[in-house]
Design a protein around this ligand. Structure first.
Ligand SMILES: NC(=O)c1ccc[n+]([C@@H]2O[C@H](COP(=O)([O-])OP(=O)(O)OC[C@H]3O[C@@H](n4cnc5c(N)ncnc54)[C@H](O)[C@@H]3O)[C@@H](O)[C@H]2O)c1
Length: 438
């Protein structure tokens, strides 16, 4: 590609000897210059990854140069779509490490299942690439921690796919909570009632479809026979690949209280639930779960149900900040404030009827990332925020799986006096994959 590549390929001694002009100096340190095309590769192309790429391609400065997937069918279909959208054929890879070796690539978008976020992100940071990685940041707490360390050590821009942070209406809600108008907030409810959370009817194991490198799809996760229910899209219901509704939707919704209340991790977590409603289905994660977090000054509830869609406040999912003066209810469809009243029926705060949502949040999120790739600023959902909400979501699952009330030691980054909970912090990577060291 461009002059930038040639410039970066100059040897260190040439650079040291030359009197760097401010422009060249800023180019060297800014990563991508204002004039260059930003060369993007997508790893994991089937679902959300491709949606992310499509929004990247709405920006004239972005070029898709490569696609990577372990499924030939997905790879070929997505390559044809990129050709249709851009007039150019991307390079195709089945091994993400080849993408990271490609010096022309500035940015990788990671749209793989959750168990496949950590290694490509860490190695992309080590290879000097910026990363747009899907949520939840990873499938375990230890993976989130090492990814954050890598982003910081290698000074990379890492945007996490929690696009609500870019939505104007979520920003308005956070400002209203922080204004104090709702009064003291003593509890926050988050909930997700989704049909897909019940899993699918059981089907027999089979051979993997032709053209699928199933061993690489499993990657660092334990070897399990191929089953269509544990593969594309539905891996979310199995612990080795995902964390069920708790992490799939939990990270989006728990992120809002963490942001509005300016907190990171809770003091303690308790959970109850099970596969109560659809025991006949093929699913490992609970279809029914209630989690209670204590942050010292307020409680935070997570409540999920798979297979039903009528949640509280007339919404199947959302966040409710319960204040002394009123309750603010929000989801992707909009927000409102339900005013509290005193004994004489006088409202304690202004009743705010349903306010519209921001349909452009995802596009803005992608644009913010690309702007930050150029400016080297932290993106709006910097990896630290993705890390925090993933930790809180994983804690819900760990409380459920241990049956314990668990206590977090924020300084040590593990649970206090709880071997059972600490054993669930980090997955055992299957050889030849190695847990990354940063
Ligand atoms: N931000 C959002 O609103 C949002 C919405 C949906 C999904 N997501 C997230 O996006 C991610 C992907 O979810 P999905 O529903 O698109 O999953 P999916 O199963 O539909 O697609 C994942 C793709 O990754 C490929 N893949 C797996 N391992 C790979 C590897 N090692 N190298 C290259 N490709 C590999 C698969 O073959 C598949 O094509 C998940 O982390 C999910 O939580 C985010």
């Amino acid at each position: 590609m461009s002059s930038r590549r040639n410039f970066l390929h100059l040897s260190g001694s040439v650079l040291a000897a030359s009197a760097l002009t401010p422009l060249l100096y800023s180019k060297l340190h800014a990563g991508v210059s204002q004039n260059d095309k930003i060369q993007v590769a997508l790893i994991g192309c089937r679902g959300m990854g491709f949606y992310n790429l499509e929004d990247h391609l709405k920006m004239s400065e972005v070029e898709c140069v490569a696609l990577c997937d372990v499924d030939d069918k997905v790879l070929n279909e997505r390559a044809a779509k990129v050709l249709e959208l851009t007039g150019k054929s991307p390079k195709l890879y089945k091994d993400y490490r080849k993408v990271l070796d490609d010096k022309d690539i500035d940015v990788v978008i990671i749209g793989t299942p959750d168990h496949w976020h950590c290694l490509p992100t860490v190695e992309a940071c080590q290879a000097g690439k910026d990363v747009y990685v899907e949520k939840p940041l990873a499938n375990s707490i230890a993976e989130c921690q090492v990814m954050l360390a890598a982003a910081r050590k290698y000074k990379r821009v890492v945007q996490v796919g929690q696009q609500q942070r870019s939505g104007q209406h979520w920003q308005d809600v956070v400002a209203l909570v922080q204004s104090g108008k709702l009064g003291t907030i003593r509890k926050i409810r988050t909930w997700g009632y989704f049909e897909y959370g019940k899993g699918n009817p059981k089907v027999a194991d089979t051979a993997p479809p032709a053209g699928v490198d199933y061993d690489t799809w499993l990657g660092p996760a334990p070897k399990t026979p191929f089953n269509a229910n544990r593969f594309h899209g539905s891996w979310r219901h199995f612990w080795n690949q995902g964390g069920g509704l708790m992490t799939d939707w939990g990270v989006h919704l728990l992120d809002i209280p963490l942001w509005a209340m300016n907190v990171t991790t809770p003091l303690s977590v308790m959970a109850s639930g099970g596969i109560y409603a659809y025991p006949e289905n093929c699913i490992e994660t609970p279809d029914t779960l209630n989690v209670l977090y204590d942050f010292g000054k307020f409680t935070l509830e997570w409540d999920h149900a798979g297979g039903i869609q009528k949640g509280i406040y007339g919404r199947n999912y959302g966040v409710a900040f319960v204040g002394n003066n009123g309750t603010l209810v929000v989801n992707r469809e909009g927000w409102e404030v339900i005013a509290e009243t005193d004994n004489k029926n006088a409202a304690k705060t202004e009743l705010i009827p349903l306010q519209p949502s921001d349909p452009k949040d995802h596009e803005k999120h992608v644009r913010n990332f690309i702007e930050c790739v150029k400016s080297r600023q932290q993106p709006i959902c910097d990896i630290e925020y993705g890390h925090n909400s993933a930790l809180v979501a994983h804690m819900g699952n760990i409380a459920y799986r241990t049956g314990n009330k668990i206590f977090w030691d924020a300084e040590k980054g593990k649970f206090k006096n709880d071997e059972k909970a600490n054993a669930l912090l980090k997955p055992n990577y299957r050889s030849p994959w190695k847990f990354p060291v940063v």
